[in-house]
Design a protein around this ligand. Structure first.
Ligand SMILES: [Zn+2]
Length: 415
């Protein structure tokens, strides 16, 4: 298809990414964290209504939800949810997205030129580019992120809804869609009313390159370690000063270097220091701990606790304190009981000619909390590459194929 005659999903995607929806971590105490997320929420709700979806609602927290009745004969099948997120990250500029299509001929992928400098990425940094020669890629102009994470997911779900509206006989069970705010700052589907959503299973469409299926994520917690020192004039400090900054350094050096994120991949977890602030009197270090395996996850926390106890014992007083905040758990614990969700997704990809790629997520996902709240929810690819940066792009063919994958998927749930 030539892009003078754009496919529905491409047209939607190019339109949605132009609506700025950056979430704001500084305002994470309210949902949505940024009012601009309502702009896209309201636009999508209007489009869903125009497509004949039922119960279309934008909640006070900017959750868009809607139901689509089953094709005839599949009314009694378990309802299936499709979920994507409205917001984009604030780690890269997200307002004023100006998407354009680059026909990729190999070598460096140049998405734009900013202040005379080409913004580019090559196969040396992204080997996957070699398989994309000859493809049309939706890129940014180099100044902003693209927002394919997760507007590609939104466009793909919306294009499926549009396809069903045009051909109601396409086999599908009762469907529900949800577009939720603030996923990038850790809220995501937290406030989704699961009983009203009314689904037995769901998929988030929020993954990377086409073919990805994810149903394992990290177990995750945040550990804040505080160090209390004792300040005195350095000239009189002998045997008296306790420097909190040095306590922090000592503690940090007790943690294993190979378990830092810069040395781990795949199923290897990590202990990551996000930042530290320190003076002589007081230091606060913020760590995050991640591991897919619950026992190894706990072992990492225990190791930090032992470092803490070791220092307090050596100092003869309690100067090092650890505070643990659990964040999310590996949804594999739940989804492992629903292997049919993974098998069905694999078959849907294969039918469309895409090789499925089951991967552990090295992060969290909306599906994790939903799974633990009773809605088993693996994650599917959107087709996007290099998200959270100005090099983000998505092949047009991936956008289009993902709509076919979703159509295959819902068809399989109709039987
Ligand atoms: Zn995302």
């Amino acid at each position: 298809m030539s892009h003078t005659e754009q496919s529905d999903v491409l047209e939607r995607f190019l339109r949605y990414v132009k609506v700025n929806t950056q979430s704001s971590d500084a305002d994470c105490d309210r949902v949505p964290s940024s009012d601009c997320q309502f702009d896209l929420a309201n636009l999508l709700a209007d489009e869903l209504r125009a497509l004949g979806a039922l119960d279309v609602e934008v909640s006070e927290h900017a959750y868009v939800t809607a139901h689509i009745p089953a094709s005839s004969g599949s009314e009694d099948k378990p309802a299936l949810g499709l979920i994507a997120h409205l917001d984009t990250t604030e780690v890269a500029p997200g307002a004023g997205v100006a998407p354009h299509i680059v026909h990729y001929k190999g070598g460096d992928l140049v998405c734009g030129t900013v202040d005379g400098t080409d913004i580019k990425i090559g196969p040396d940094k992204l080997p996957a580019l070699d398989a994309l020669v000859g493809e049309d890629l939706v890129c940014t102009d180099g100044r902003t992120l693209l927002g394919g994470d997760d507007k590609a997911g939104i466009a793909e779900i919306m294009a499926l809804v549009a396809r069903i509206a045009e051909n109601p006989e396409l086999p599908h069970p009762p469907l529900a869609v949800c577009f939720c705010p603030d996923e990038e700052i850790g809220h995501g589907a937290e406030l989704l009313d699961i009983p009203a959503f009314g689904c037995t299973y769901a998929y988030t469409v929020d993954g990377g390159p086409i073919g990805e299926i994810e149903w394992e994520c990290f177990n995750a917690c945040e550990v804040t370690v505080t160090f209390d020192g004792y300040s005195i004039h350095p000239g009189d400090a002998k045997n008296r000063m306790v420097n909190a900054t040095n306590l922090f350094c000592e503690f940090h050096n007790l943690l294993p270097v190979p378990e830092r994120p810069e040395h781990t991949e795949g199923y290897e977890g990590f202990i990551h220091i996000e930042g530290v602030s320190s003076t002589v009197t007081h230091a606060t270090a913020r760590y995050i701990v991640r591991d897919h395996d619950a026992a190894r996850f706990q072992a990492k926390i225990d190791l930090m606790q032992r470092a803490c106890d070791f220092m307090n014992a050596r100092l003869g007083e309690q100067r090092v304190h650890m505070d643990i905040k659990q964040q999310y758990r590996n949804m594999a614990e739940i989804v492992a009981d629903y292997p049919e969700l993974i098998d069905t997704a694999k078959m849907a990809f294969e039918t469309v000619g895409v090789t499925p790629n089951v991967l552990p997520i090295r992060g969290g996902t909306d599906g994790a909390q939903l799974s633990f709240r009773g809605l088993p929810c693996p994650n599917l690819s959107t087709g996007v590459y290099c998200c959270h940066g100005v090099n983000e792009f998505i092949p047009v063919s991936s956008l289009e194929k993902m709509v076919d994958v979703l159509a295959e998927l819902v068809a399989r749930f109709a039987h």
